[in-house]
Ligand binder design. Sequence first.
Ligand code: ADP
Ligand code: MG
Length: 610
Amino acid sequence: MKKQLMEIIVSAVIFIIALLVKTDIWFIKLALFLAAWLVVGWKVLWKAIRNIARGQVFDEDFLMTIASVGAFIIGEYPEAVAVMLFFAVGEMLEKAAVRKSRESIAELMDIRPDYANLKTEDGLIKVDPDEVNVGDIIVIKPGERVPLDGVVIEGISSLDTSSITGESMPRDVRENDEIISGCVNGSGVLAVRVTREFDESTVSRILELVEDAAAKKARTESFITRFAAVYTPAVCIAAVLVAVIPPLFVGNWATWIYRALSFLVVSCPCALVISVPLSFFGGIGGASRLGILVKGSSAIEQLSKAEVAVFDKTGTLTKGVFAVTSIVPAGVDEDELIKLAAHVESFSSHPVARCIREKYGKTPDESIISNVQEIAGQGVTAEVSGEAVAVGNARLMESVGAQFTPYDGAGTVVYVAVDGAYAGCIAVEDVLRDDAKETMAELKAVGVKRTVMLTGDNRKSAEKTAEKVGIDTVYSELLPQDKVELAEKLISEKSEKGVMLYAGDGINDAPVLARADVGIAMGGLGSDAAVEAADVVIMTDEPSKIARAIKISKKTMDIVRQNIIFSIGVKLLVLVLTAFGVVGMWAAVFADVGVSMIAVLNALRAMKTE
Ligand code: ADP
Ligand code: MG
């Protein structure tokens, strides 16, 4: 940077001397101009030669080289130097702007922990988080960043989770609470048993997502690559035509060659090439600051066209934290019913299973459980002390042939059958997420036309939830494969250009997440399958962030479009003006640098999410 600035100053000084020197000896002036030109231009010249050697002929360095060398040949020395000088100034400013924006995004993403305090026999030692294994004990002191995911085994503190979730409320943690890496510890000292290696810890996953995001290219970006492939040769041919055809009729070769050279300078599409990826990068960075991870620029493009928003119920619109509301035994006593259910559910990660285990309160005796089978969207079957026990919804009861009495209260119902005979049911209830209701209104405000809920839960409970949330259409009692089929139907029903997005928690719906135009995973910190399959991950589990994400994506796409139209528009105008000799090479370079700068500044707006 400093070196570049020095070169520009030195070149400018020589340039001014060259302009002022009065001499009749032509080569003194030429030598001065050449010196000024070489100081700023040698790198460009060198890059152009190197790229030609590699077979990449038509790039900006090539255009600048041809234009300035050509200007020297036709005797327009000041022009030749000015082109390079402007180009160098423009490059420097652009680099500064790009670096600035990269830095602010990197700052947002500055969540990578530097070390972990590993507890060993010889006391605490500072190690690289990479070297810590699952099961190791680490100590997190006040103000330190949590280096790895784990469970607190000692201590009380509050965590600042804002860099991970965008949530500014501190989260209190104590013994047995899970904590995730990337958060900053408050005032307490915590001893933590590590549950995930560094590579699988939350921080690594987030960084990976954002880094991958930069690599995945949107169609708009590949549009630029295709555009450049046609555009650059086209302008070169046009330049040759401008240089050759008119002088055949009207003569005056030097003028037309000069115009053709200016034409080449203007044609350089730098503004597009820099500003479009930068706009996407800005949008992704801005979203990540709110706890919304968007995996790549094509997800931004898709989100901006959202027309149908489809939601899973449990864990997405509801918190997925159930509580048992009533227990209706049939034939066995209440404690026995819960005990059986908790044993069958002992390995399931379904929210319903978690709540039944909690109700039981004791650790299930694993030695009496065998043959556990989880049936997605229905429940679990297992052998407990030799008896075949089924725990799940009505569909599961039907498939094991149990004659059950349908429960007529509200909520989700879990039926239990032992050896094919109905043994009672457990009613559980979940609560809506705080922002579920406002989400629907916000989605409509950002252009979503239709909201749909898909759930494996029973119809009564599904309709009650849908009504509370205010969702347009509900489909209930679905198996995972039904959800995929319905997703396909919803995709076929929407308009050609519209996009269907699906938000789920990944439990029994990972296939839909993958099938949707845009899959949005809730509980980014929970289900790995969802995070893998999704295009967007909402770290805070707030459905309202989906509306925010759409808003950001729309703004980003607007900026991308503005930049494309603005730079191509100005380019075309200046191209025509130079071809007809209305403006010269100076103005052409000035226009080019100006357009690039404005486009880059505009791109930076994408990062601001108020
Ligand atoms: P959703 O679509 O609302 O997320 P799921 O597809 O995960 O619901 O589950 C659908 C229904 O299947 C649940 O409402 C529940 O009745 C039953 N079910 C699924 N898994 C289990 C389980 N592990 N234990 C008991 N019931 C289950
Ligand atoms: Mg679910």
